[in-house]
Design a protein. Structure first.
Length: 157
């Protein structure tokens, strides 16, 4: 029997993007201003496919991995998936994102893991994935934990 192809990824309009702060930090992202930055270097098929599902105006949490392990800011997708300029194989894509705002209170990984409302969040269940979908309810909860009004920002689709 032939294997069924996987279902296409459908965007909720909300994402989480991980970066190692000693390589590319939130402060560096903010310094790029309105021109934003290509989210390059992703070398995982599911993470790449998540980027391919992104639309202009989608929002994402900027997460410091390895050092800090916390959500520190909000980014907006300003260019849909296109070939990653750091890839010579033609296999990998990236999106461009711009900084939108800081989280007044960074949300630590331990806080997410210890909140039963976030038990199903990809950050908990598939923690190594560098580009993850976020459900609207998870978005709202993390926004509140971070000291922001969830009505302040919505994905523009």
């Amino acid at each position: 029997m032939a294997k069924k192809p996987p279902a296409p990824i459908v965007s909720t309009g909300y994402w989480l993007l991980k970066s190692e702060p000693d390589v590319f930090s939130w402060e560096m992202q903010k310094a790029r201003g309105a021109k934003g930055e290509p989210w390059t270097g992703v070398r995982n098929y599911l993470a790449r496919n998540n980027m391919r599902a992104m639309a202009i105006g989608d929002l994402g949490f900027f997460y410091h991995s390895n050092i800090g392990k916390e959500i520190v800011g909000i980014v907006r997708v300003i260019a849909t998936a296109h070939p990653d300029p750091t890839d010579d194989t033609g296999t990998w894509d990236c999106v461009d994102v711009e900084a939108v705002c800081d989280l007044p209170k960074p949300v630590a990984l331990d806080t997410v893991k210890n909140d039963p409302r976030l038990a199903g969040m990809a950050l908990v269940s598939t923690s190594r994935l560098s580009v993850q979908p976020v459900r609207p309810e998870e978005w709202r909860i993390v926004f509140e934990l971070g000291g922001l009004d969830p009505k302040r920002l919505k994905a523009k689709r």
